[in-house]
Design a protein around this ligand. Structure first.
Ligand SMILES: Nc1nc2c(ncn2[C@@H]2O[C@H](COP(=O)(O)O[C@H]3[C@@H](O)[C@H](n4cnc5c(=O)[nH]c(N)nc54)O[C@@H]3COP(=O)(O)O)[C@@H](O)[C@H]2O)c(=O)[nH]1
Length: 707
């Protein structure tokens, strides 16, 4: 039998009180893919329909009891059965009214007996197809509803504002997040134009126009430079992304994210990157940016700019004496006071340590700048009480001006730095304007500095020795070791030229061990040839004296020589002691405990405080050679020399007169009772091989040698 249904299986209900009709209908419709349900009454048919999903029902119109029409009406009232197509099978010609009643009851069609099998099959197949389409449509519709609900949920619950706009920017859809961002309702917003809510960040590169063009031309676009205007009250930064709608729709989907927090965090990070955490002023990086901007502005407006480079004087002493907490407090206090005394729009920065920079824009003339510098000097020099202690520092200021000092950030900073250095080296607590000569000096210094570094690494430094002689006997008291630089091209270089550089670069610490060892080695060699003990004096600068390593270093040297005599003497200047008397006292005592003798160098040129002669463990006082040189010309200098000699005698300290060049000086010092002399009259400082050992005694002028 040829199959008349080519699609899915179908379930067909046949209802007829006549069993024969049921059999013949079944015979026509029967085939593999069809399941036939038969009933001989309407009620039975209804039961079957409630128990099974029926695709189509063929009902006899006239049946005893409940008719086909009544069954159809009952089906219409049942939601599940109402959609099942009904074909009335009838044996009579019905009038129009009866037919209409049938259709009203739910009939889809009529089929007349005797039944033409071909017509029946075609009709049944056509209604089955219809049923399937309807079911598929329903299914698709249900799926669509689900998808819609899904996307609706996504759209409405996302934190991103999402809108759909037409090509001119009019809003066609707006999600809840976007309504919340704009603090409005979708009903109020739909139909409005998106561009009335968007503007651009100052300094943006035309992002608003590009966004408008992208919407009009159906292109994608992204920006982080746009802002959302909220009720014309304020603006929030947004990240915006737009994508064109798929064809044939015109317009775009725009997603908008509030990035206020992100931008705030970003700005905080940027702020931190340019701020000094201790004082809250700008740091070096911030300052460089500020100078850059200020220079551009000054160029544009043809105005003068002044950069004040400030380095505190005596800050290290505060830190060493009172601790870092007080040091930090002082830096904070100074920053506050500087801020109060510069104009609100001027820039203040700390470059780390005790260096501050103030940048002043639109300054009219040099006098105004000088007045400001004087004010800054005065502010910083004010005594402060911090954590219960009195603190006093000063400041050295270097000033560089635009346009005089060039138009680059580095030129300005370097010039001000050089001028500050000049102010420091000329006595501190003052200000200096940068001058081109400073530049030349700075270059020369830089060259010298690199050469000094080379001198250390290439071992070009030497020790020369100058003898010290007892004035009563002419015997050798000892030697002062003096450093020299044997420069291959320039020859012998005096220490006043290179020792300051060794100190500023910290190289003095690197050469310390070599220097001490060389002197000790020399002493041991000479001591083995000399019949009496003598002293070896080493110069120790303020920086070396302040080093915590000095004691260990000298102990090592003493152990190295293994000579159990008080042979080692160190010469320190008054300024090295006066900087921190408490520390000096401890340091000197430790040296004394090691058996090291202490000499005060250049006595009379510094503070000459009698109190420290009493409090500090001092063995020797050296009269500065400037007094020796002028004691015959200046009565005052003669009195000073006489007083120092007298003081030494009374305090039981040895007195060494430096710079003795003439016999007359020698004679007079002997008459005064000065113990020891050192100077060219005996010998210039010389390399060790120039001294014959045993050395001395010196034959002193006859008239006085006998006294
Ligand atoms: N920290 C260190 N400082 C050192 C070291 N070596 C030297 N120095 C210091 O350098 C300063 C200059 O020293 P120098 O040029 O060697 O001058 C010394 C003598 O040459 C000079 N002198 C000695 N006698 C005379 C004289 O009769 N006339 C005259 N015009 N000059 C003379 O005096 C200097 C010795 O001075 P002083 O040290 O004060 O005793 C100098 O201050 C050294 O301290 C070093 O290794 N480390």
């Amino acid at each position: 039998m040829q199959e008349w249904i080519s699609e899915e299986p179908a379930r067909i209900l046949l209802v007829d009180d006549n069993y024969g009709n049921l059999v013949s209908l079944s015979a026509i419709l029967e085939q593999d893919k069809v399941e036939l349900l038969t009933a001989q009454s309407a009620d039975h048919g209804l039961r079957l329909m409630r128990d099974h999903d029926v695709d189509i029902a063929l009902l006899d119109v006239n049946m005893p009891g409940k008719s086909g029409l009544e069954m159809a009406r009952e089906m219409a009232e049942d939601e599940r059965l109402a959609e099942v197509p009904i074909l009335f099978v009838t044996g009579q010609d019905h009038d129009v009214d009866t037919m209409r009643q049938g259709y009203e009851a739910g009939a889809w069609d009529y089929i007349k007996k005797p039944i033409d099998s071909h017509t029946l099959k075609r009709k049944v197949q056509s209604y089955l197809t219809h049923v399937r389409y309807r079911r598929a449509l329903k299914q698709a519709n249900a799926e669509l509803q689900t998808a819609r609900a899904y996307y609706q949920t996504v759209l409405q619950t996302t934190a991103e504002g999402i809108v759909v706009v037409d090509q001119r920017g009019y809003l066609e859809f707006i999600n809840d997040a976007m309504c919340r961002l704009l603090r409005s309702h979708s009903a109020q917003l739909l139909g409005a134009n998106l561009f009335q809510f968007v503007d651009e960040e100052p300094g943006s590169h035309g992002d608003l126009e590009q966004f408008r063009a992208a919407i009009e031309q159906g292109r994608g676009f992204q920006s982080h430079e746009l802002r959302l205007k909220i009720r014309d009250e304020h603006r929030i930064p947004i990240a915006l992304s737009c994508n064109p709608l798929p064809e044939p729709r015109r317009g775009a989907v725009v997603s908008i994210l509030d990035v206020s927090i992100l931008k705030y965090m970003q700005s905080q990070l940027e702020k931190q990157a340019i701020t000094d955490p201790l004082t809250g002023t700008l740091n070096r990086r911030g300052l460089m940016q500020a100078i850059d901007v200020a220079l551009a502005r000054a160029q544009r407006n043809e105005q003068r700019l002044a950069l004040f480079y400030m380095d505190l004087d005596g800050f290290k002493r505060v830190n060493d004496s009172f601790g870092h907490e007080v040091g930090d407090e002082l830096l904070k206090r100074i920053a506050q006071q500087l801020r109060l005394h510069i104009r609100p729009y001027d820039t203040l920065a700390r470059l780390g340590g005790d260096e501050f920079v103030a940048l002043m824009e639109s300054v009219d003339n040099i006098e105004q700048i000088a007045k400001t510098a004087e004010k800054l000097l005065e502010i910083v020099s004010q005594p402060q009480v911090l954590k219960g202690v009195n603190v006093n520092v000063g400041v050295s200021i270097g000033i560089a001006c635009y346009p005089e000092c060039g138009n680059s950030v580095s030129a300005m900073v370097q010039s001000a730095d050089m001028a500050m250095y000049q102010a420091k080296s000329e006595g501190k607590r003052q200000y200096r304007f940068f001058s081109p000569e400073m530049n030349g000096r700075a270059r020369a210094r830089l060259m010298l500095e690199s050469n000094v570094r080379k001198a250390v690494s290439e071992k070009e430094l030497r020790l020369y020795y100058q003898p010290q002689i007892y004035l009563d006997s002419g015997r050798l008291r000892g030697f002062e070791a003096l450093m020299r630089w044997q420069q291959p091209q320039a020859g012998l270089i005096q220490p006043s030229l290179f020792i300051p550089i060794l100190e500023e670069t910290g190289l003095i610490h690197a050469i310390g061990p070599w220097l001490h060892e060389s002197a000790a080695h020399q002493f041991r060699q000479w001591r083995s040839q000399h019949h009496e003990t003598f002293v070896m004096s080493l110069n120790v600068s303020a920086l070396q004296f302040g080093s915590a390593k000095l004691i260990d270093e000298l102990q090592r040297v003493l152990e190295l020589t293994g000579i159990d005599e008080p042979w080692l003497e160190i010469e320190v200047t008054e300024s090295a002691l006066i900087d921190n008397v408490e520390f000096a006292q401890q340091q000197l005592q430790q040296l004394r405990d090691l058996g090291v003798r202490i000499a005060i160098d250049d006595f009379g040129t510094g503070y000459s405080s009698l109190a420290y002669l009493r409090e500090l463990p001092i063995d020797t006082v050296k009269i500065d050679r400037s007094f020796t040189a002028s004691m015959f010309e200046s009565n005052k200098d003669a009195v000073i020399v006489q007083t120092i000699v007298e003081l030494g005698r009374r305090l039981q300290m040895e007195v060494v007169a430096e710079g003795v060049e003439t016999e007359a000086q020698l004679q007079w010092l002997r008459e005064l009772g000065c113990d020891i002399a050192q100077g060219y009259w005996f010998s210039r400082p010389q390399p060790p091989e120039e001294f014959p050992f045993p050395y001395g005694p010196f034959r002193l002028p006859a008239s006085t040698a006998t006294e």
